[in-house]
Each structure stands twice: as C-alpha cells, then as structure tokens.
Design a protein around this ligand. Structure first.
Ligand SMILES: [Cu+2]
Length: 338
C-alpha cells in the first residue's frame, strides 16, 4: 500500500499536487481552529421535563434524567412533555428558595447561562416549551423546579480534558427507565384506605430518590369521585401526597387559592370543616397539603393541614374540583340522598 501510494503521489500532475497541498493546509487550519476554539466541538445535550399517563392523572414530577455529566462550555436543552407546569431553575449556593411568583428573581426566556454566581430560571413552562442553559465553567450544580419541591437534579460540569461517563443515548434510555418507574400502573384510581365511612383520598404520591436528586409522582385524582351519602352526613377528604397541594372547591374558583373561604372553620384536631346547604353554595378548602420536610438547622415546620370535612344538610348533586389540577381532570361529585 505504501509503495502504491508513493507511486500515485509521484505520478500526479503539478495541478493535482497544488490542490492536495491546499487541502493539507486546510486540514491543519481545521485542527488549529479546534485547538483555539474548542467550543466548536462542544456537544448539545437534551433532557425531558415531566411525564404523564394518557388520562393526565399520574404526573411524574421529574427532570428525566435528573443527573447529567457535560463539559464546560456545553449546553443542555430541556423540553416540557406534560400539561402540569414546571420551571428549570439554578439557584446560587445557599440562596433562599424564592416563591414562584418572584421567579429567581426575574426569569430568562428561551435560554440562559449559569456559572453558579447568579441564579437562573425559566418562567413557568408548559407542554412543548423548551429552555436551554449554557454552563461556561466547571462545577456541580443543583437543578430545581420552583413549583415542586421534590423535583431536583444535578448537572456535573467537567473540564474539557476530563472524559464524560455517558453519551446522549444513555440519557435517553435513562429518561425512559425513570419514566416507566414513576408511571408504573398500580390501578387507575387512587386507593381509598381511610377508616371513616364517608372518606375520599384527595390525591396521593411518592418521592423517589436517585443519585442526582429527587423525582416525585403525584396522582392527581379523587379516590371516590362520585361518593354517595345522606343528608346530615359529613364527608372527609385527606391529601396523601407527600409534596403536592390540592384543594376541594365547590362553586367558582376564588381569587385566593391558598387560604380557605370565610365559611370554613377548624375542628379540634386541626382539620378544616364547613357546612353546605345547597349545590349552588361556594366553598373553598384552601391548600390541603403535607408539612414540608424538616431539616436539621431549620425551624420545625408546623403540621400540615391535610384534611377537609364538609357536612351536607340537603339532598342534591354537589360538583367540586381541585382548583390547582382540574385541567388534569381532578374533579368529583358528592351525591347527597335524603
Ligand atoms: Cu390537585
């Protein structure tokens, strides 16, 4: 082969040699450019936000996957796959987590750059939205969603001289595996395991840990969405989700979703309680949710208000919704017989 190549080179016309000479120079120039501007070799990575069942009731609140290794200067594009809203947020080390309405403060549209010195967040993203973050410097950065506290991840940004453990195909497969794990079907409906006769489970969920952070699953459904009782009975709703808030809302949604309407009182055991006399009456539970996770070094959080009771005095059909998740189909009726 060597002999043959040498022969063919020596046999070229001056014009052919000239072309080959230019190509060799371009070849060298190409490598010189890559040495001087290594970002031209940089990869663009992709990940997904959220997964959901066909009926929208099971929501995987997760970055899929939630741990990615990349090189400094590279970027990751997250694509939203679900109807539930999420954010892509990188806070600075030690930063107090801001309310969603305050954003980071401020938010970036479409893309941002994060080096650990200034927080970065997307706005509230919905199905089909994309958000790209460039990571110019090496470091290990925590990724969070400002809406869901147990939806976190880690981006490991390595120096270009270090090798990366995985390729995009691995992350695509990992995202599929985590999605299947979170959405695995244990029955379509929320299981009602209350001891009281007239009880409804108002959503349930679980938190799943990975090496990169936490994923969570929320089932956005009422367990017995057509419960039948008699006039004078009391129905009790309990939120079994470790992280998601829900509401029980009769009539129009009030402007303030967090707090209960003025016709709600508090029972001795801390559960909220009200009386409905007509299907046309308005009533709002406020957020029914578990207490946040306690942590050493932080003030103990008060117990969560996880229960709401309504006493029905008159027969009728009383439709209600979760004002946060009715768009996902979280609705029910209480049928009150005489
Ligand atoms: Cu809800």
């Amino acid at each position: 082969m060597v002999t043959s190549d040498s022969h063919s080179f020596s046999a070229r016309s001056p014009r052919t040699s000239q072309i080959f000479g230019i190509l060799r120079k371009l070849h060298l120039l190409f490598f010189a450019v890559l040495v001087l501007f290594p970002q031209l070799l940089l990869a663009q990575w992709n990940a997904t936000i959220g997964a959901q069942s066909d009926d929208l009731g099971r929501q995987a609140l997760a970055f899929l996957p939630n741990e990615i290794w990349i090189h400094a200067g590279e970027s990751i594009t997250w694509t939203m796959a679900v109807n539930e809203g999420h954010t892509v947020t990188f806070l600075t080390s030690g930063q107090i987590r801001p309310p969603l309405t305050v954003e980071c403060p401020g938010f970036s549209a479409g893309s941002a750059s994060f080096d650990g010195s200034t927080c970065v967040t997307s706005g509230l993203l919905f199905q089909g939205d994309k958000f790209t973050v460039v990571f110019p410097v090496a470091g290990n950065f925590k990724l969070v969603c400002l809406v869901h506290s147990d939806m976190t991840g880690t981006i490991h940004v390595l120096e270009p001289s270090q090798s990366l453990p995985h390729d995009q195909a691995f992350y695509d497969h990992e995202a599929q595996r985590e999605t299947a794990d979170l959405l695995r079907v244990e029955g379509d409906e929320v299981v009602n395991h209350r001891h009281l006769e007239n009880s409804v489970t108002a959503g349930h969920g679980e938190i799943v840990a990975t090496g990169g952070g936490s994923d969570s699953l929320s089932v956005m459904r009422f367990s017995d969405a057509g419960i039948t009782v008699h006039a004078g009975d009391t129905v009790e709703w309990t939120n079994d989700d470790p992280t998601a808030a829900h509401t029980i809302t009769f009539g129009p949604e009030p402007p303030d979703l967090v707090n209960p309407s003025s016709n709600v009182t508090v029972d001795a055991d801390g559960a909220r309680h009200s009386v409905l006399n007509s299907p046309s009456d308005a009533l709002h539970s406020g957020f029914i949710e578990a207490a946040p996770q306690d942590r050493t070094g932080l003030a103990q959080a008060p117990s969560g208000v996880t229960r709401f009771r309504v006493t029905f005095t008159k027969p009728g059909i009383y439709p209600y919704i979760c004002s946060l998740h009715d768009v996902l189909g979280m609705k029910g009726n209480v049928v009150v017989l005489p």
